[in-house]
Design a protein around this ligand. Sequence first.
Ligand code: ZN
Length: 61
Amino acid sequence: MSKIIKIKNLKKLKINKCPICKKGVTINFDPFCSKKCSDIDLYNWISEEYYFPENNKSQSE
Ligand SMILES: [Zn+2]
């Protein structure tokens, strides 16, 4: 019975990976591994926001 409990705990301990560089997440910068990756993701998100309407416009003309 104690074995089953240990397996369940292992599943809970699954470490999230940084979506930018796939390294283990640091608690201070969750869900990223570092400030750098957090900035990269923010930049990607902002540039996509800018790019999307521009792309849409050029497709229709
Ligand atoms: Zn990272």
